[in-house]
Design a protein around this ligand. Structure first.
Ligand code: G6Q
Length: 537
């Protein structure tokens, strides 16, 4: 086995350090150190990142930071930022950071400075967004556009939906936004049910412009529109494309003047700040979109330039590795205490799990150690009334990321204090729990005491910021992008391909004609053959 991570001296040191930490409680770490919260905290870019409620001490952090350094993290970061083809399985550079680089920056991909093109696209997007927002862009019958339907899936959907929801407060309210992703016809049917075609714009968002779901929905959208507007000439006023594939876009019948491009060095799940963000820009306007890009860029600079020990995404990544590879944790909860962030966990699910859900190293060897984690979550306080039970008293170790904002965007009396009190209380309860003695003092009958004990010692990070703004959203997303990158670098895997989604797609293409033609011979396994027969009826 080549150069096994788990055979390195630093990994061995971490393993033996884990033996001394595995029974150490967060409670004892706090009682041993009155200033722990100040020492295990990073404040930068308006983010207050409290990681004191973790099962780590100074030595843990120092060993983990050494792991990052000895993994060549610094060089790997530079390789990404400078356009080296670090996505080796697809022979591509990974330059989502160029999407938010200020104009005037030089970033080379294959010897070409990509920044001017990024800004040229942003300007075209701004012109188009303003024309839609002002009503100046007219549909085929001369009416202004009132409805925007983004058709895309995966990376061409989750970012746009999440950003629209997260930044809805800043959006133009006389426009209606819908997002169609699923090949299930109900998704499209419901999205357009109450819309008029002559006031509707479809954004077909697809990097490849060949994805089955998106192209099927796009063709259905074209039929729906032409049923109402009849003339093919209507297409140009009601369809725009976001893609890297000019040929397929014009083949579909969309004028390439109405196409917004990006390049193959932007991965789908890293593309919400590329032209894939067109629906976001139409919703919040170009200025807010640029604020969001600025937030992304600030976090990029923090990640690139801050020493590992004070580097927010690096510390997040290292804590993840500590729990996944040493404590055997298999899951990570994302718990935003802001209702606008309701799609943030789903967005991070793709970013993290599609990136680091890999069992083979860059050398093609089986890792032999766990990588990745199951990301999931819901906004607080809703989750408190459902799955938090398991986080508090279940048998799994579930590290949590809490997000809170000091200022509410909708400051109704009492709500914000109640919301933030709950977030802070959850972290406290998880870490410190409640002993049998405490429960007993409350006069709880003996037989119920075990049921009311909270073991505590359940780790969490808390991220506090002033307000949910476009810039802060950009920082949050970039923070996870870079944490994913850091973990991938340490685990020696490629976070930028997604071969694992291919097999199912190929098999579905084989099964489609088998569902459509009852005479087709079935040569699958016994179970699959029977499922097909059941569907055929
Ligand atoms: C993301 C993945 C995947 C992709 C979708 C949509 O990183 O590559 O989720 O975004 O399959 O692909 P298209 O944009 O090409 O339609």
């Amino acid at each position: 086995m080549k150069n096994q991570l788990t055979e390195t001296p630093i990994w061995k040191l971490l393993e033996s350090h884990f033996q001394s930490m595995k029974n150490t409680t967060i409670k004892s770490l706090f009682s041993d150190d009155a200033t722990r919260a100040e020492r295990f905290r990073i404040e930068d870019l308006g983010i207050y990142f409290d990681y004191s409620k973790h099962r780590v001490n100074a030595e843990t952090l120092s060993l983990l930071c050494r792991l990052a350094k000895e993994s060549g993290l610094g060089e790997k970061i530079e390789a990404m930022f400078t356009g080296e083809k670090i996505n080796i399985t697809e022979n591509r550079a990974v330059l989502h950071t160029a999407l938010r680089a200020p104009s005037g920056t030089t970033i080379l991909a294959d010897g070409v400075n990509v920044v001017p093109e990024v800004h040229e696209v942003l300007e075209r997007m701004a012109g188009f967004s303003n024309a839609i927002r002002s009503g100046e862009w007219k549909g085929y019958t001369g009416k202004s556009i009132r409805n925007i339907v983004n058709i895309g899936i995966g990376g061409s959907d989750l970012g746009p939906v999440m950003a629209y929801e997260a930044l809805k407060f800043y959006s133009l309210r006389n426009l209606t936004f819908r997002f169609v992703s699923n090949i299930d016809g109900s998704d499209f049917a419901e999205a357009v049910k109450d819309l008029q075609a002559d006031e509707t714009l479809f954004i077909i968002s697809s990097k490849t412009f060949t994805t089955l779901e998106t192209m099927t929905n796009a063709r259905t959208a074209r039929t729906w529109l032409l049923d109402q507007l009849v003339s093919d000439e209507a297409i140009a006023r009601h369809f725009v494309a976001v893609s890297t594939n000019e040929k397929e876009v014009s083949g579909f019948g969309i004028d390439t003047c109405n196409m917004f491009g990006f390049r193959d060095w932007v991965g789908g799940r890293y593309s919400m700040d590329s032209a894939i963000g067109l629906s976001t820009m139409i919703a919040i306007g170009p200025d807010h979109f640029h604020d969001m890009l600025d937030g992304f860029h600030q976090m990029d600079m923090h990640f690139r330039n801050t020493p590992i020990e004070r580097n927010i995404p690096v510390i997040m990544a290292l804590l993840g590795i500590w729990y996944i590879d040493f404590f055997g944790a298999q899951t990570q909860a994302i718990l935003p205490y802001d209702n606008y962030l309701r799609r943030f966990p789903a967005y991070l699910q793709q970013l993290t799990m599609e990136s680091n859900g890999k069992h083979v190293t860059l050398d093609g060897e089986t890792t032999g150690y766990p990588t990745g984690s199951v990301y999931w979550g819901e906004p607080g306080t809703n989750g408190q009334h459902s799955f938090y039970q398991m986080i508090h008293q279940g048998t799994l170790l579930i590290p949590c990321d809490f997000f809170g904002f000091r200022t509410s965007l909708n400051p109704l009396p009492l709500h914000q204090d109640y919301l933030m009190a709950n977030m802070i209380a959850q972290g406290e309860a998880l870490a410190f729990g409640k002993t049998a003695e405490d429960v007993g003092k409350e006069g709880v009958p003996e037989n119920l005491i075990p049921h009311k004990v909270f073991e505590g010692n359940r780790p969490s990070s808390t991220f506090f910021m002033e307000k949910l703004t476009p810039a802060n959203l950009g920082k949050m997303v970039a923070m996870y992008e870079h944490a994913v990158f850091t973990q991938g670098a340490i685990w020696r895997i490629n976070p930028f391909d997604q071969m694992g989604v291919e097999l199912g797609k190929v098999l579905a293409m084989k099964i489609i004609p088998e569902l459509q033609d009852n005479r087709k011979w079935l040569d699958h396994d016994n179970s699959t053959n029977n499922l097909i027969k059941y569907y055929r009826g």
